[in-house]
Design a protein around this ligand. Structure first.
Ligand SMILES: [Fe+2]
Length: 414
C-alpha cells in the first residue's frame, strides 16, 4: 500500500525485530532484496519514508514529532477509500498549516485550452478564483508547470510573471508564493501552490511542498480518471431512472429526489464515500423493476384489484433480479431495489422480511422513498409539509422504520 510513496520518495527500509532500518536511496531496484511480506513491515516502511523525507531534508522549522503523525494520517487518508476532493482538501489544509501560509491550491492542466484551472482551493482567495484560466505563458504556475521545477517568489507584486487577474478577481493581494509541479512519470499534470506565508518562503519549504506533490500525484491521476468515468456512469444511470419515472404518470423526478434524500441520510450517518456512491446508485435505480410492469397496471386510474396490486409489488423482485445480473455492481445495490418496500415488523413486501433480515440500504431507501413520495407534489395531491411527514415516519419507528435513519433525516431537514 505504500509502494507508490516509496517509489516517489526513493526511500527504502525494513522493519526487523521491532526496529526499523531505512535509508534514502535507490528503492526501486531493491524491493526484492528486502523481502517485504507483511502489512506490519509496510507500516514500518511508511514511517521510515516520512521520517527520512522530513529528517534527511533537514526541515528544522517543523516540530517533527508533532507533525509526523499528521503526515502519517495523511498517508493513510491518501491511501484510503476517500473521495478525491476530500483527500485533496485535507492535503491542502495540512500543507497550509505546515508552510504557515494563507492559501493553497491545486491547479490541473487543461489540455484543450492549454491553461491551468484551479481544481481545489483552500483558504486565501478560495471561492473566487475557480473559474479563472491561468495561462501557461505569463504566470508563475505556468512557468513552474512548463519547467517542471519548484519556484519561490517572495515579491509577487513586482514580478512580471505574476498573473494579476487572479488577485483582481478575488480582491486578494498575493505577496509571496511557492509552486511545485505535480508529476506523473516525469510528466507534469498540474501544479500545487501555497501563497502568502507569514515571512518569506525559504528553500526548506521546498522540501515540504515537494513531498506533498509526490504523495498526491498518482492518486490524483488515478482518482480523476475513476471519477470522470464514475460521473459518466452515474449520468447514464440517471437517464435510465428518469426514463422509468416518465412511464409513471404521477412523478418524473422521484428517483433523483430519493437518491438526494438517501445520500443526505447516509452522510449524516457517517457512511464513507464508496458506500455513499453505492447508495446513490441503488436509490437512483430503486424502482428500475417498474420497467417490467405493464402500462395498463402501472397507470391504471382508480382502484387496483388484488391481482394488479401483486403485479405492482413485483417491481421490487424484478429490480433486484435485474441489478443482481450486473457483475460489477456491489451486492448492496440490488438489495436496495428488492427491499425498499419491506417494513421492520414484516408488513411490507415482497417477502415480508423483518428487522435484520432487511439490509441497511433496504431500510434507508424505505424512509427516503416515503419521505419523497409524501413531500412531493403529485397530480392527485399537494405536497405535504415536511413536519407532517416526519411525524408519520417517527410514529412508524421502531415498528416499521429504523429510528436511527428517521432521526438522521429529521436532523438534516428540520
Ligand atoms: Fe418502489
Amino acid at each position: 500500500m505504500y509502494n507508490s510513496i516509496f517509489y516517489d520518495l526513493k526511500i527504502s527500509g525494513i522493519e526487523k525485530e521491532e526496529k526499523v532500518y531505512g535509508k534514502k536511496g535507490n528503492f526501486v531496484n531493491k524491493i526484492n532484496d528486502y523481502l517485504i511480506f507483511s502489512e506490519k513491515e509496510l507500516e514500518g516502511l511508511g514511517k521510515i519514508a516520512v521520517e527520512n523525507a522530513l529528517h534527511n531534508q533537514d526541515i528544522e522549522e517543523i516540530d517533527f514529532y508533532e507533525e509526523k503523525s499528521n503526515v502519517l494520517d495523511l498517508i493513510n487518508l491518501i491511501n484510503g477509500n476517500f473521495k478525491l476532493e476530500t483527500v485533496l482538501k485535507m492535503t491542502e489544509d495540512a500543507l497550509r498549516k505546515l508552510l504557515n501560509s494563507d492559501g493553497a491550491s491545486i491547479l490541473l492542466f487543461n489540455e484543450e485550452k492549454n491553461v491551468l484551472n484551479f481544481y481545489i482551493t483552500s483558504g486565501g482567495a478560495s471561492g473566487n478564483i475557480e473559474t479563472i484560466d491561468v495561462p501557461i505563458e505569463g504566470s508563475i504556475a505556468g512557468e513552474c508547470f512548463k519547467k517542471k521545477e519548484t519556484i519561490i517568489i517572495n515579491d509577487a507584486q513586482k514580478n512580471p510573471k505574476h498573473f494579476k487577474k487572479t488577485d483582481k478577481k478575488a480582491k486578494y493581494t498575493t505577496t509571496n508564493l511557492i509552486a511545485t509541479p505535480l508529476l506523473v512519470d516525469e510528466e507534469p499534470i498540474g501544479v500545487i501552490e501555497a501563497v502568502n506565508k507569514n515571512g518569506n518562503y525559504i528553500s526548506k519549504d521546498q522540501s515540504v511542498i515537494e513531498l506533498f506533490s509526490s504523495l498526491i500525484s498518482n492518486k490524483l491521476l488515478n482518482s480523476k480518471i475513476y471519477e470522470d468515468l464514475s460521473s459518466t456512469i452515474k449520468g447514464i444511470i440517471l437517464a435510465v431512472a428518469t426514463a422509468i419515472d416518465l412511464r409513471d404518470r404521477y412523478t418524473h423526478t422521484h428517483s433523483n429526489n430519493v437518491s438526494k434524500v438517501a445520500v443526505t441520510i447516509g452522510k449524516e450517518l457517517g457512511f464513507n464515500d464508496s458506500i455513499l456512491e453505492e447508495l446513490e446508485i441503488s436509490a437512483l435505480l430503486h424502482d428500475v423493476g417498474k420497467i417490467g410492469i405493464p402500462d395498463e397496471v402501472l397507470n391504471k386510474p382508480g382502484k387496483l384489484t388484488d391481482e394488479e396490486y401483486k403485479i405492482i409489488q413485483s417491481h421490487t423482485i424484478i429490480g433486484g433480479d435485474l441489478l443482481s445480473e450486473i457483475d460489477f455492481l456491489s451486492k448492496n445495490i440490488p438489495l436496495g431495489a428488492l427491499e425498499h418496500h419491506e417494513k421492520l415488523d414484516g408488513t411490507g413486501y415482497p417477502y415480508q422480511k423483518k428487522e435484520d433480515e432487511i439490509s441497511l440500504f433496504g431500510k434507508l431507501l424505505a424512509v427516503a422513498d416515503i419521505y419523497d413520495a409524501l413531500t412531493a407534489k403529485r397530480v392527485y395531491k399537494d405536497p405535504w409539509p415536511k413536519e407532517k411527514v416526519l411525524t408519520i415516519l417517527k410514529k412508524g419507528c421502531p415498528a416499521k422504520f429504523d429510528c436511527e435513519i428517521v432521526n438522521a433525516l429529521e436532523r438534516k431537514v428540520k
